[in-house]
Design a protein. Structure first.
Length: 269
């Protein structure tokens, strides 16, 4: 189906001179933008609209030449011209959108207004402005999702400082709680007995003292994991039979041998 100027829209077709000027500016801007990190100003705010008219004009020209003359050198040159223009459009668009995304990141995420001033939108297209603003909104959502302020500035609430001496023992807090209690409680047999915590502490202390005092130098405390087939000599030189689960104090060399053989495990206090 042939493409005519009436099919392309409400605007009038470009003249040959205007088409060549727009094509020249397109190629020149593509080359300049390729090595720039931020978007360069457009020749005018209607640049993309004029580029669209340029491609439409070349399509009409190529279609009319093909219908009148068929595929020949002229139509082949027009086709190559269109390929070059479309490649320049794709390359320029890619670099410009990357530049706008970088600019939005610098201003919104990194807050570098000095190195990334707000674009002068009279020098850019309206579609480019819409893209830039959408990227800024997406970055703001991203900042909220990852809690960007905390990542950059730390926790806003003060952190409780702990003195170098460490945390006070639990018994100190228990003693304070006792002093703060002002409501009298009726005496009973259960109240006379000390709390379970004190029994546990005293039991551990008694157990530690008894066991630590019962391990002579050169001996070690072990727990049996297997039955020992033959008795061994204890600290008092009497033979002792050891079974699974027994805790025994034996010479260090023998204890290490039993532990290394997997027959016992350390039971040091």
């Amino acid at each position: 189906m042939a493409v005519t100027s009436s099919d392309t829209g409400a605007v009038a077709p470009l003249s040959e001179q205007a088409a060549q000027e727009i094509e020249s500016r397109l190629i020149s801007l593509q080359r300049s933008q390729a090595d720039k990190e931020l978007p360069l100003p457009l020749p005018n705010s209607r640049f993309w609209e004029l580029v669209t008219q340029l491609t439409q004009r070349i399509e009409i020209e190529m279609d009319e030449a093909r219908r009148k003359e068929g595929w020949n050198t002229k139509t082949d040159l027009i086709r190559k011209r269109m390929r070059t223009i479309r490649w320049a459009i794709g390359s320029l668009t890619q670099h410009r959108l990357n530049g706008f995304a970088r600019l939005a990141t610098m201003r919104t995420l990194l807050q570098r207004e000095g190195n990334a001033p707000e674009p002068n939108w009279e020098q850019h297209g309206p579609a480019e402005r819409a893209f830039y603003e959408s990227v800024c909104r997406s970055i703001e959502i991203f900042q909220k999702d990852i809690d960007w302020d905390t990542l950059q500035n730390g926790i806003s609430t003060p952190i409780i400082e702990v003195s170098n001496s460490g945390v006070a023992p639990l018994t100190d807090f228990i003693q304070e709680d006792k002093n703060e209690q002002t409501i009298p409680i009726a005496d009973s047999k259960e109240d006379i007995a000390p709390p379970p915590e004190f029994h546990i502490d005293e039991a551990w202390e008694d157990d530690n003292q008894s066991h630590s005092s019962s391990v002579p130098d050169g001996f070690r405390r072990i727990r049996m994991l297997q039955d020992l087939p033959e008795p061994i000599l204890g600290p008092d030189d009497n033979p002792v039979d050891l079974s699974v689960g027994d805790v025994h104090v034996c010479p260090t060399l023998l204890a290490d041998a039993l532990i290394g053989g997997g027959m016992a495990e350390p039971a040091d206090l």
